[in-house]
Structure formats: structure tokens, C-alpha cells
Design a protein around this ligand. Structure first.
Ligand code: IVH
Length: 689
């Protein structure tokens, strides 16, 4: 790297030169996907500019590439002046603030008896569309509110923007709305970029940044130089407002929405008219709960006074109208520093990396750890230790690292590599060729044993209350339990010293452990934690072997004959059974009295014959595929989408549009619990519900 110039004059010249060079290369890289220089050269340019700016802070310009957070440099579009400025909205974050907004409006209007309209606040980008004699003639971004960019040709490619209106319409007018990208399309787009990055990595090219969220992806798509690129992105628009209008229009905003819908605009069907504020509050609370169900992101609810004549009387404070406000939900994405990437060893020995973060509040909860899935995912997203990263948390989901903010890199970041040895027991790791998983092959690795003990006690397995993560660690570290068979030998005397309130807790745990001896065979087999044996496979295995002791005799080739058990799973079961330490565990469990049997269901047509079942969301005890296999194995049909022919929708965590559809159609919904009962006993299991 060159030295920092000695005089301010020279420093100014060089920094200007560097900025324009970097901007040029940014454009090649981010927009055109055609970089001309290597990463190293690019980093050198950035580092040199940073060094100059550090020595001469007065030379930092707001548009310097060192100052930019996210977002590539933008191509230039013709500037259009908005005839009426596009305002923004005031925000409320609590019921009190919303009431205060309402009170202020009521005071100015001299009455609080006015109707209100609520609409989801779409997280996209605002645009204004001009129509002349029913034809779409111009579309512009919001820009600074007064001047936007002319993106007409790009907007023409969006199917939900009408090119020609229907019925009767004003001679010339403008509508406003939000262009957005549905979540599914956004995920597919990022997946494609991730795949492209794996290819680029092989060719030694710099990875392309992923889009942080659907809003950025939509903004990027609308600002493409080439309209055919915009056309290839899944964009849509909701029209939410009438702008200026030459000609008459309804005075109620709610009626205007209906009127725009008749002309062919896409108006959000979730807009509601409310008599007053008390009617609005439950709807706002409802949206806070239900927003995950929509196919697109919303960041709040917009509340507008229905009577547009009141809009003129109320006016605006600065750029925020008094006649509308946004009730904002807690942000689901934040940026923070990725301090480290550490590795967790799971119960089957699989090593999974996770992020250690500088704590941030995301979606209303403090987050300091986040999942990183696997090594491949880290590569695809190009996440490095020391990066500023975007962290996301939606609903009940585990926080995730979306990706790095590449522009904030300092050059100090380190790439992550999987450890060569298990971080807990030091055994050299193995790699699974088909699954690309890295795992610790040492079955007696303490990390695996502790997770296995915890898993053994979990609800889907032996359901032992009181045997959670902390207890598993304690029992293991005290040397009381080294494998799951030891659990059944535990005595109250041994456990008592572990707690202050000794006897009672110890007695309860021993009682719960003893009670678990009566669990059904599929649960026991699932509890053993054999690699690739989820709950449904455990059920098939149970049907095949009939008793726990029968597990000792299974052979891979014979297991493969069982419908639903493939060669990988069969081999995994056999190799587990062949290990002497595992055989000893099974024998000890049987001897301790854990010996459930399993009755094969009677032959004939399956209990789910004639039923169509759809599964959505994440289930706890089995994968989606296993659930679907279980339905088919019992003679049922698996549906891919909810229709009027669907009998049941099984709803797991983070269910999306299928759940919304089921609500609409009144389809019967099942919890995982109910679904298991249905599998076990057929529809009769549900008749009492
Ligand atoms: S009304 C005078 N309605 O939110 C305000 N805005 O924070 C006109 N937005 O720039 C906006 N959904 O991009 C309105 N149903 C909706 C909206 C909505 C999303 C955006 C819009 C605006 C921003 C204000």
C-alpha cells in the first residue's frame, strides 16, 4: 500500500482519485457482475483511502465508499419532480403513543368521532404512478419526497401494475403504493446468488453479496438499468393511496381504495374500515401476532383517517401528515459485530457452527448467539469472523445470520474453517461424503453423551420431566451418568447432595425416570439417538423388530426391505447395533425393565384411507418428509397445497401461507400432538376434539 501523503493538498487529490476508482469498481462488481480487479487490489484501494481519511478526517465526504452501509452505488435515472410531495409517516411504538396521535387529531378536528382505516405497512419501496386517459405514462421512486427517479420502463414489467385501466377513471391522476418482493421469491433469489457464489469461489472470484431482506431486493430490482432484469425478479405492487387527481373522487379513503380496485389496481385485501380507535387497537395487536403468515414482509400497520376532507384541514408537521400514522413492530433485523464462530457438538456428533455476536435486541429479544447452519452456508453467504453482520429473528424462530455488510469490512476479517479435531474430546473429525456434514466419530465424546442424555429425556423421546440440558450436564460431570442406561440405576441417595432442597427434587427425578420405563417402543428407539433415526423411522423400526431386545438382531439388508427405510438409514442402524458399547446399553435397559413391545396395526386398508392431508411448518418430532411418508404408509394422500379437498392441515412452527389459506377455507387444523394421535389411531382419535 502507498504511503499516506505528507500534505493535505496531496491527500485531497489522492482521496478523490481513490473514491472515483472504488466507485467505478464497485459498479463493475455489484451491478454488472464483471469485476476487473482482484479482491486484493480492491482491498488495497479501500485500505489506502481509509488510511488517508484516518490521517485527514476533514477530507471524509458523506458519499465516500468508506462511509457507505449496504447498497451499491446507484445507476442514474432521469429525475422527475413530484407534483405533490410524497410524505412519510410519523411512528408510534405503543398503544399510548397511538392514543396520543388520535387525541391530537381529535383536538384539531373538534371531535373524536371519525372513522379510521388500517392497512398493513408493506416493507418495500414507495412509488408514484401517473395515468393519463387510463394509460400508465410515468412511474417514479419516492426519492427525497420531492424528486424521484424515473423508473417507468422497469415498473412496466411488474404484473400487478396495470398498464391500461378498466371502467371509468379520472382524466389524469397519480396513485401511490409500495413495490415489494414476496418472501418466497426473495429466498429463491438469494439461494441462486448463494449457488453462484460457490461457483465463483472455485474460480477464485469475489462472492456477490446477498440481499439482506426483501425490501433491499425489491429496491435493487426496480433500479436496474436493464428492464429485462427487473422483469426476471418476482415483484408486485400494492396501491395504497390516491395522489393528485384531475377529476372527482370519493371522499372516503376506504371508498377510494375500492374505486382504485375497480380500475384494476392491486389494493391490499387486508385494509379495514373501523368506526373508531377502540376498534383499531385489536386489529393492530392481531397484526403483531399474525404478520408472519403473510407472503410478504410488513413492518407495521398504517392508520389513516377515512375522511379525506379532514386531511386538508389537518395538514402536516414537517413531512409527516397529521391524518395518518404508522404503528411500528419491533425490527426483525439488526446489524451487529460477529465476534467469533464457535462449534457445537450435537448428540449424533455432528459439528454445527454458531455465531457469537455483540448482543443486540432483535424482534424484541436480546440476541448474542445465532445459528449458522453449516460450513457450506457460511461459504455461500461469505460470512467472516469480525464482519458486521445482519441478524434476523422472526417470531419464535432461532436467530439467524443473514449475511455480512461487505462495505464495512476493514480487511481484518478472518475466514472460518471447521476444526480438524472435535473441540470437546480432540478426536480427529470425519466428513460425511453425501451430506457434507462434519462429525466427531467418538461415540463416548462427552459432548455427545451429554446431548444424548438430554435428548433421551426430551418429550418426544422418554419424556422425563426434570431431565433437561442443565441436569444432563450435572449428572455427567458428577460421574453419575455416563450413558443413558445409567439413568435407571440412579438412587435418591446419590442425587440428594446435588441440590440444596435435596430430597424432594431427587425423589421426583428418580420417580420420573422410573415412570419412563413404560414408554412405547418407537419412543424408546427414537430416544437412543441413532444417526438418521428420527421419530418416524423409529416407528417403522419398531414395527419391524417388535421389541427392544429385537434391536440386537437387526441386519442392514433385512432393514432395507422395510418400506420407508433406505440403505443409508439401514447401514446407520446396523453399525450402531454392532458397537459393543451400544449393545451393552440396550441389554442394560432391557434388564432395568425398559422393554416395551409394539403391536403391528391390523392389515387391510390404512386408517387414513380417503383422507387428504397437508403438512406445513417445522415439526418437532419428525421432518416434513417423514410426516408425509407416515401419511402415505397409512393409506392417506399428501396434498401440496391447501384446497377445498384438504381434510387436515398439520401445522408446525413458522407456518406460512398454507395456514392463512386454511383459515380462509375453514380447513381443520391439527397440532403435531393431534397429528401423532391421528397416525396412531386414525380419525377416531380426533372425534372427541
Ligand atoms: S400511506 C402520507 N400506506 O411507509 C403517507 N404508506 O413510513 C403516505 N407504506 O413512504 C403513505 N405501506 O412507502 C401508506 N399502506 C400504506 C403503506 C405505506 C407501506 C410506506 C410508504 C411510506 C412509508 C412511510
Amino acid at each position: 500500500m502507498r504511503e499516506v501523503p505528507k500534505t493535505q493538498y496531496e491527500a485531497r487529490l489522492r482521496s478523490e482519485e481513490l473514491r472515483s476508482l472504488i466507485n467505478y469498481h464497485n459498479r463493475l462488481y455489484y451491478e454488472l457482475n464483471q469485476p476487473e480487479i482482484s479482491d486484493e487490489v480492491y482491498d488495497d484501494l479501500m485500505n489506502e483511502l481509509r488510511a488517508i481519511e484516518a490521517a485527514y478526517p476533514e477530507l471524509i465526504t458523506p458519499d465516500s465508499p468508506t462511509q457507505r452501509v449496504g447498497g451499491a452505488p446507484l445507476p442514474t435515472f432521469e429525475v422527475v419532480e413530484h407534483r405533490l410531495p410524497l410524505l412519510s409517516l410519523s411512528n408510534c411504538f405503543s398503544e399510548e403513543e397511538l392514543r396520543a396521535w388520535h387525541r391530537r387529531a381529535a383536538e384539531r378536528l373538534g371531535s373524536d368521532a371519525f372513522a379510521l382505516v388500517t392497512e398493513p405497512k408493506i416493507d418495500g419501496l414507495a412509488i408514484a404512478l401517473v395515468y393519463e386517459r387510463g394509460r400508465f405514462v410515468q412511474g417514479a421512486t419516492r426519492g427525497d419526497g420531492y424528486h424521484g427517479e424515473n423508473v417507468t420502463e422497469n415498473l412496466r414489467t411488474i404484473p400487478t401494475i396495470p398498464k391500461q385501466l378498466r371502467g371509468s377513471y379520472p382524466e389524469r391522476f397519480e396513485v401511490r403504493g409500495e413495490v415489494y418482493m414476496p418472501r418466497a421469491g426473495f429466498e429463491a433469489l438469494n439461494e441462486a446468488i448463494g449457488e453462484e457464489n460457490l461457483r465463483r469461489e472455485k474460480e477464485g472470484k469475489r462472492p456477490l453479496p446477498l440481499y439482506a431482506n426483501p425490501r433491499n431486493a425489491a429496491a435493487g430490482a426496480v433500479r436496474q438499468k436493464d428492464p429485462s432484469v427487473t422483469a426476471s425478479r418476482p415483484l408486485a405492487m400494492f396501491t395504497y393511496q390516491l395522489g393528485w387527481c384531475e377529476g372527482s373522487h370519493p371522499e372516503s379513503h376506504y371508498e377510494i381504495l375500492g374505486w382504485l380496485r375497480e380500475m384494476g389496481f392491486n389494493v391490499n385485501p387486508e385494509a379495514r374500515l373501523h368506526a373508531g380507535l377502540d376498534d383499531v387497537l385489536p386489529r393492530v395487536a392481531w397484526w403483531g401476532q399474525e404478520r408472519e403468515r403473510l407472503e410478504y414482509d410488513i413492518d407495521g400497520v398504517v392508520i389513516k383517517i377515512d375522511d379525506t376532507r379532514a386531511w386538508d384541514r389537518l395538514g402536516a408537521v414537517g413531512r409527516e401528515p397529521r391524518w395518518a400514522t404508522a404503528y411500528k413492530f419491533p425490527p426483525q433485523q439488526r446489524t451487529t459485530k460477529l465476534l467469533d464462530i464457535q462449534v457445537n457438538v450435537g448428540r449424533t456428533g455432528v459439528l454445527t457452527p454458531f455465531a457469537v455476536l455483540e448482543p443486540v435486541v432483535v424482534g424484541g429479544a436480546r440476541v448474542s448467539l445465532a445459528t449458522l447452519h453449516n460450513e457450506g452456508d457460511i461459504r455461500r453467504k461469505d460470512i467472516r469472523i469480525g464482519d458486521t453482520v445482519i441478524v434476523q429473528r422472526a417470531g419464535e424462530v432461532i436467530p439467524q445470520v443473514v449475511g455480512p455488510v461487505v462495505q464495512l469490512r476493514t480487511g481484518e476479517e478472518r475466514e472460518f474453517t471447521m476444526p480438524e479435531r472435535c473441540p470437546v474430546c480432540g478426536t480427529p473429525v470425519s466428513r460425511d461424503p453425501d451430506q457434507a456434514a462434519v462429525y466427531c466419530p467418538n461415540a463416548s465424546c462427552p459432548a455427545q453423551q451429554i446431548r444424548l442424555i438430554e435428548h433421551f429425556g426430551s418429550r418426544a423421546a422418554m419424556d422425563i420431566e426434570g431431565l433437561g440440558e442443565k441436569m444432563a450436564i450435572q449428572l455427567y460431570q458428577q460421574g453419575l451418568v455416563r450413558n443413558v442406561a445409567d439413568l435407571y440405576d440412579l438412587t435418591v441417595e446419590q442425587l440428594r447432595p446435588l441440590w440444596k432442597s435435596g430430597t424432594k427434587t431427587a425423589e421426583a427425578l428418580v420417580r420420573n425416570i422410573q415412570a419412563s420405563k413404560g414408554r412405547p417402543l418407537p419412543n424408546v428407539l427414537f430416544a437412543l439417538g441413532i444417526r438418521h433415526v428420527g421419530f418416524e423411522t423409529a416407528r417403522l423400526l419398531a414395527e419391524h423388530i417388535g421389541s427392544l431386545a429385537g434391536l440386537l438382531d437387526v441386519k442392514a439388508d433385512e432393514l432395507q426391505q422395510v418400506e420407508g427405510i433406505g440403505p443409508v438409514v439401514a447401514a446407520s442402524i446396523e453399525s450402531w447395533v454392532q458397537r459393543p458399547e451400544n449393545r451393552a446399553i440396550v441389554e442394560r435397559l432391557v434388564a432395568a425393565g425398559v422393554n416395551p413391545t409394539f403391536e403391528k396395526p391390523a392389515g387391510g386398508a390404512g386408517p387414513l384411507e380417503g383422507l387428504t392431508i397437508v403438512v406445513t411448518g417445522r415439526l418437532e418430532r419428525m421432518s416434513r418428509g417423514e410426516a408425509e411418508d407416515a401419511i402415505r404408509a397409512r393409506g392417506g394422500k399428501v396434498g401440496s397445497s391447501v384446497t377445498t379437498a384438504t381434510d387436515f392441515l398439520v401445522v408446525g412452527a413458522d407456518a406460512g401461507s398454507k395456514l392463512a389459506k386454511a383459515e380462509k377455507l375453514g380447513t381443520r387444523q391439527l397440532t403435531e400432538e393431534e397429528f401423532l394421535a391421528l397416525l396412531e389411531r386414525g380419525p377416531a382419535a380426533l372425534s372427541d376434539a
